[in-house]
Every structure is written in structure tokens, then in C-alpha cells.
Design a protein around this ligand. Structure first.
Ligand SMILES: [Zn+2]
Length: 164
């Protein structure tokens, strides 16, 4: 995850992500690091819940993550996927639009936005040809992609396999 290096509040030194102990002054920064990264912790919980199919719980975690850190693009993108999975297309579009605003160069987010936009159109929604060829396992794989959102489009395309 592209987090900026953590600055030790005691000595001003740079603390690598791999440790919670400041290499310069040896203060234990684990509590501060948890606070600093709490939005990411909620995001990871949301991701795990989404993989298991607990979409409402995932939404709740993502809401908290975004209250802690509104400009966290991956949370908006994952929320968009969850909304899409629940067919709340207006919300999915709003969330993915915010993700693109925050991370306009991310090709996975762009693909997610396009896929969501496709499903919103009435024509696409009634055409289930593409949905049927997408194996169900792609849903969990797409959530597993996590921050990379590598197969974001796959999850959206396979959303309609649930009940048709
Ligand atoms: Zn220090």
C-alpha cells in the first residue's frame, strides 16, 4: 500500500512501515501507527467481509474508514463494488466517481467505473448474456484483488450471476 513514511512524533525521524519501534529514539509507536492506519484496518476488514459475502457489514466498515480518511480512494472503489453487487447503481456510480477523482490515473478504477456505467444502462441490465459466462468464483477473486483492484471489472460483470 502506498502509505507515506511515518514520521516519529518524538524525534522527527522516519519510521519504516516494517516496524513500530522508532529506529532513532526507540519509542514504541504501535498505538500511534494503529491510529494513523486505522482507516486501512477498517478497509481490510471490509475487504475480508466482502469476500465472505457480508456486504452490509463491509459497507459499515467502509463508512467508518471514510469517516477516518475521506480521501482514501481504495475504500471508495471497494464501496462502489459493494454497491454494484447490491445493485445500488446510483451509489455505486457516486462512489466510483469519487475514487476516480482521488486517483484519476488508476486504470483499474477507470475500468470499474466503465463496468458500473455499463450495468446502469437499461439495455445492459436486461442483457444477461455476459453475466452468464462469468463464473461465480470471479466474485471472490475480484475482492481478493483488494487494493490492486486488478479484476475489478470481473466482479461487476459477474454480479448478476447471483439470481438469474
Ligand atoms: Zn523517534
Amino acid at each position: 500500500m502506498p502509505d507515506s513514511p511515518f514520521t516519529c512524533p518524538y524525534c522527527g525521524g522516519t519510521v519504516p512501515e516494517t516496524t513500530a519501534i522508532c529506529p532513532d529514539c526507540h519509542e514504541d509507536l504501535s498505538a500511534l501507527l494503529r491510529l494513523e492506519h486505522s482507516h486501512a484496518i477498517y478497509y481490510n476488514e471490509a475487504l475480508a467481509l466482502a469476500r465472505e459475502g457480508f456486504l452490509d457489514d463491509a459497507r459499515a466498515r467502509l463508512t467508518v474508514a471514510l469517516e477516518l480518511h475521506e480521501a482514501f480512494a481504495p475504500a471508495h472503489a471497494l464501496l462502489a463494488k459493494v454497491y454494484a453487487h447490491q445493485r445500488e447503481w446510483a451509489r455505486a456510480e457516486a462512489s466510483v466517481a469519487r475514487a476516480r477523482e482521488l486517483d484519476p490515473e488508476n486504470p483499474a478504477i477507470r475500468r470499474l467505473a466503465e463496468a458500473i456505467a455499463d450495468r446502469v444502462t437499461p439495455v445492459a441490465a436486461t442483457s444477461d448474456a455476459r453475466a452468464r459466462v462469468a463464473p461465480r468464483r470471479e466474485v471472490s477473486q475480484a475482492f481478493k484483488a483488494g487494493l490492486g483492484l486488478a479484476t475489478a471489472a470481473a466482479v461487476v460483470l459477474s454480479l448478476f450471476t447471483d439470481d438469474d
